[in-house]
Design a protein around this ligand. Structure first.
Ligand code: NAP
Length: 239
């Protein structure tokens, strides 16, 4: 019998992250529900357990070194390894912010979560990921990150934004470099689509469960799966 997959999803108390945790739990993984708020995190983990998943709350603020170190200690102590890391936590900032209206503080806040938070969590978890037989890292990006789509005359995202969109483009660049360095792992970015969550006041047209599908697929890639790519449900998304 193969070993149970040990997974961590950041920002898993609601939205797409919650559904990624649910999906990984349904596949039999033991899932850490990363959340910065204890009440929201415990509640989400309890709901997942009630639905049959092997889920547990992991206190985790991706902007806080101590919180991340405590999460590493939790996984290290309980399992001695991590197989799947889904860097899902993200914020939009004041969406949309035209580049001419962006402030250093606003930009710093979004980058601290969407980019530095991913690097902070990933690097802290690397020793545990290196102990996995099949380590998988998934970074939650967005179609809005794609410079190709942003500059295509056939695509109109509607908004001009100089903060959130570039933060996800930066994240893509980081994903590529991780994939080049971590050749024994699979490191990919994903685009969930326009999903109805708090993130967009529930204006998205996809359900969170559908938005979670591509992250779940990348988190469970076989050894012949890709690394260093950006994907949505339909396939490869251009950088
Ligand atoms: P959401 O419902 O607002 O969920 C965001 C999650 O991230 C929440 O659990 C939130 O926790 C958590 N989070 C934020 N800052 C955090 C921090 N510092 N530490 C730990 N957790 C933190 O939004 P969502 O739509 O599910 O978004 C999830 C991801 O998908 C984001 O990376 C977003 O950029 C990406 N995405 C979303 C869409 C979309 O259409 N919704 C499209 C493309 C990409 P709290 O509950 O404590 O705030």
């Amino acid at each position: 019998m193969s070993e149970q997959t040990i997974a961590l999803v950041t920002g898993a108390n609601k939205g797409i992250g919650y559904e990624i945790a649910a999906g990984l739990g349904a596949l039999g993984a033991s899932v850490g529900v990363g959340a910065r708020d204890a009440e929201r995190g415990e509640e989400a983990a309890a709901k997942l357990r009630a639905n049959g998943a092997d889920a547990f709350f992991v206190p985790l603020d991706v902007t806080d070194d101590e919180s991340v170190a405590a999460a590493v200690a939790l996984f290290g102590g309980r399992f001695g390894r991590l197989d799947v890391l889904v860097n899902n936590a993200g914020i939009a900032g004041a969406w949309p912010t035209a580049p001419s209206a962006a402030t250093p503080a606003g930009l710093r806040e979004v980058l601290d979560t969407n980019v530095i938070g991913v690097v902070r969590v990933t690097n802290a978890m690397l020793p545990l990921l290196r102990r996995s037989a099949r380590p998988r890292i998934v970074n939650q990006s967005s179609h809005l990150s794609s410079l190709t789509l942003q500059t295509s005359p056939d695509v109109d995202f509607g908004d001009i934004d100089g903060v959130y969109m570039p933060s996800k483009t930066f994240l893509n660049a980081v994903t590529v470099q991780y994939a080049k360095e971590l050749t024994g792992m699979k490191v990919n970015g994903c685009c969930p689509g326009y999903v109805a969550t708090d993130f967009n006041d529930f204006h998205g047209h996809e359900t969170p469960a559908n938005g979670a599908k591509i992250a779940i697929r990348l988190a469970t890639l076989g050894d012949d799966g890709p690394t260093g790519g950006l994907f949505d449900d339909a396939g490869t998304v251009p950088w």
